[in-house]
Each structure stands twice: as structure tokens, then as C-alpha cells.
Design a protein around this ligand. Structure first.
Ligand SMILES: [Zn+2]
Length: 380
């Protein structure tokens, strides 16, 4: 091996009040730790937030359930927070979260999603994220500068550079091996996908030292993960094979599922019903009908194969949008913006609560404040 052993994650690092390293929450999930008890493993849904409203809704959900709080930012979300400038977006969003975390009842991790160390612009965002967040993804599986999949050697080299900077200051790093298809936002898109090669996995994990890895086993980014009417099929046997290899390298390694949104059928139906009573919307209704998510049983299969972080975004965006369409349909003459803000925030919060319950992520820091069994997620 041409690499010296990678630096270990510095677990003594103290972050601002109630902020924790991303990997700490995921390791708890892998070991099934809730409060002082140890039981069955669960998953941590990582919510991609793009607005301050989204952050507020997520905090409400975490505090309602006593959940692990995992908030992720894409490059384009950071640009949105920073009115065009990703670094200033990082400063604003991270300080906002730290302020809320100070008085929170749960622990919060912040994460850069799809950080890119292959281009100059991406590198600056990764470096600033190591200073301001508690976890970063070093996605060098594609060379953004050249627009082609990276060689294993390049992926290892770039990812290791990020680990060298992040681990000593207690910031965890997520690597990606294999290429994931679909479009997450304008910075993350690929036409083709390749499965993670188990032989490459061992080398990648040993040389980079990452404790979080996004392997590719058939998930897809974006709202259309397959053809309408067809079910998405993930390669669960491969996931188990990869987990065995990873555990042999270091049993603290956790897997991350990208493109893992499952859609809420009741949200899709609600949106279509609302659109029907508005003016001609046949094309929009068709688009809603054609959204294809990954079935939850498939995601459960992944959770059983060591996938502790489940990235979800699409269903929450859809819930927000459906609630907004409903509000406009019901009463579009209200000129108090807070009416729409409160309504969509509540819908987003409930979407997050639903996903946290599905992933078994509640009662981690304190008992839930609601009865989990009677929680009924619906829009009205
Ligand atoms: Zn992703």
C-alpha cells in the first residue's frame, strides 16, 4: 500500500453546544444505542435542507421525537443560503443551526453533501465546510473538472487529502465509490451508474480511512428513480457483501444510501386532487403521476445491510409543494405570508417526523413527545 495509515477521527473534539460529529450519530445507529440502552440498529435520515424554513421544520421534528438531528447541504443549497455565494451560505446556515442547537433537546450534526475535491471551486467549499460543519462528503468518484468517472487511484488520492484535513479536527468524512445515476441538483448529475466493486472497496477504505461510505447498489438521485409502473430494484446481496468487507477493515464504518427517497402516495394523491380543481394542469398532473421513488421495503433491506444514513429529500420537497398548492387552492387571497409559511412548515415537519419514525429514529436523546403509533401523516 503506497499510503501511510490514515489519521484517525479525533473523537475528543468539542463542537459548539449540542453539535456533534456526524459519524457519532451514525455509529450510535449502527450499534442500536438509544439513551442508555443498546438494541436493534436503526437508521439516521439525513435531511437535505435548502431554506431556513426547512431547518426550522427539521428541528421541530427532531425535538418532537428525541431523534438524531442530521442536516445536509448540497453546494447549490449553500449558494441559495448565501444569495449566490456558497461560503457565505455556509457561514449563515451553520451559525443559524448552532444558535438553534444551543437550546435544543437533541444533538445535531451538519454535513456537506457531495463535496467535490477535484475542482478549485469545490475544494474551497470542502475546506470551509471542515471549519464550519461537523461532517463532510468527499465525493470524488466523478472528476468534476473533466466530467468523467475518476480512476480508483484518483478517487483515493483526493478523498485521502480531505481525510488528512478533517479527521484531526474531529470532522467525519464520507467517501463515494461507484457512480450514482440521476440528478440531485445542477452540480450532481450523471447519466450512467456503476455498482461498487467489492475488491476496490477494501483498498479504498484502507487507503482513505473514511468511516462513512456511499457505495452504489442501484439507488438513483432525483424524483424519478425508474419508469412509472416499474419498481426500483436494489442489489441487497451486494450490499451485504460490501458490509462484510467493510466490517473486516473497521467495524465502525457505516454505509450511506443516496437517492433513497421513498415517495408518500398520500402526498402525491393530495397534490393531484388539488391541481385538478385549478385551471388546466394536465401536464403538471402527469408529472406528479410519473414520480417514482424507491419502495420502503428496499430501503429497509439496506438498513439491514449496514446503511445507517439514509439521504432523503424528494418526498419532503413534494410535501412542501403539495401543502402550498393546497393552501393556494383553499385561500389565495390571504396576504399574510405567515399563513403559507406556517402551513408549509407544519407539512415539512410532519414529513420529517414520518421519515424518522419509518427509520426507527426516535427516543434517541429523550422520549418522544407524541404517541408514535397514533401519528397520522396527512395533508389537509
Ligand atoms: Zn447524493
Amino acid at each position: 500500500m503506497k499510503y501511510k495509515s490514515p489519521p484517525e477521527l479525533n473523537r475528543g473534539r468539542r463542537f459548539s453546544d449540542n453539535m456533534v460529529c456526524g459519524h457519532e450519530l451514525l455509529l450510535k445507529a449502527k450499534l442500536g444505542i438509544r439513551g442508555n440502552t443498546k438494541g436493534v440498529g436503526y437508521a439516521v435520515p439525513a435531511f437535505n435542507v435548502t431554506t431556513f424554513q426547512g431547518i426550522n421544520a427539521a428541528f421541530e421534528a427532531f425535538e418532537t421525537l428525541g431523534s438524531s438531528g442530521y442536516l445536509a447541504f448540497s453546494n447549490s443549497a449553500l449558494k441559495h443560503f448565501g444569495r449566490g455565494d456558497a461560503i457565505s451560505g455556509l457561514e449563515l446556515a451553520s451559525s443559524y443551526i448552532e444558535r438553534l442547537a444551543k437550546v435544543s433537546t437533541v444533538k445535531i450534526a451538519t454535513h456537506l453533501d457531495h463535496g467535490d475535491y477535484t475542482s478549485d471551486g469545490g475544494r474551497k467549499v470542502v475546506q470551509a465546510s471542515i471549519e464550519m460543519l461537523t461532517s463532510v462528503m468527499a465525493d470524488n468518484s466523478t472528476n468534476k473538472k473533466l466530467g468523467i468517472p475518476s480512476s480508483l487511484e484518483d478517487n483515493i488520492g483526493f478523498t485521502r487529502e480531505v481525510v488528512n484535513m478533517a479527521h484531526p479536527v474531529g470532522v467525519s468524512v464520507e467517501g463515494e465509490l461507484g457512480v450514482l445515476a440521476g440528478e440531485e441538483d445542477e452540480d450532481t448529475k450523471s447519466e450512467v451508474s456503476t455498482y461498487t466493486n467489492p475488491e476496490e472497496l477494501e483498498e479504498f477504505l484502507k487507503c482513505t480511512g473514511v468511516l462513512m461510505l456511499a457505495p452504489t447498489i442501484g439507488t438513483k438521485h432525483g424524483p424519478n428513480k425508474g419508469k412509472p409502473g416499474e419498481k426500483v430494484k436494489l442489489n441487497i446481496p451486494l450490499a451485504h457483501e460490501l458490509l462484510k468487507t467493510a466490517n473486516e477493515v473497521n467495524d465502525e464504518i457505516v454505509f450511506v444510501a443516496h437517492g433513497a427517497s421513498t415517495l408518500y402516495p398520500n402526498v402525491v394523491k393530495f397534490a393531484i386532487d388539488q391541481l385538478k380543481s385549478l385551471s388546466d394542469n394536465s401536464e403538471t398532473i402527469e408529472n406528479w403521476r410519473n414520480f417514482v421513488g424507491t419502495d420502503w421495503e428496499q430501503i429497509q433491506g439496506l438498513i439491514g445491510a449496514g446503511f445507517c444514513k439514509i439521504n432523503t429529500d424528494t418526498e419532503n420537497r413534494q410535501t412542501f409543494l403539495a401543502a402550498l398548492i393546497g393552501a393556494i387552492n383553499k385561500n389565495a387571497s390571504k396576504v399574510d405570508i405567515r399563513y403559507y409559511d406556517n402551513l408549509t412548515t407544519a407539512a415539512l415537519r410532519n414529513s420529517y417526523i414520518q421519515k424518522l419514525i419509518m427509520a426507527g429514529n426516535y427516543g434517541i436523546w429523550h422520549e418522544p413527545k407524541i404517541d408514535i403509533k397514533s401519528f397520522n401523516f396527512k395533508l389537509d
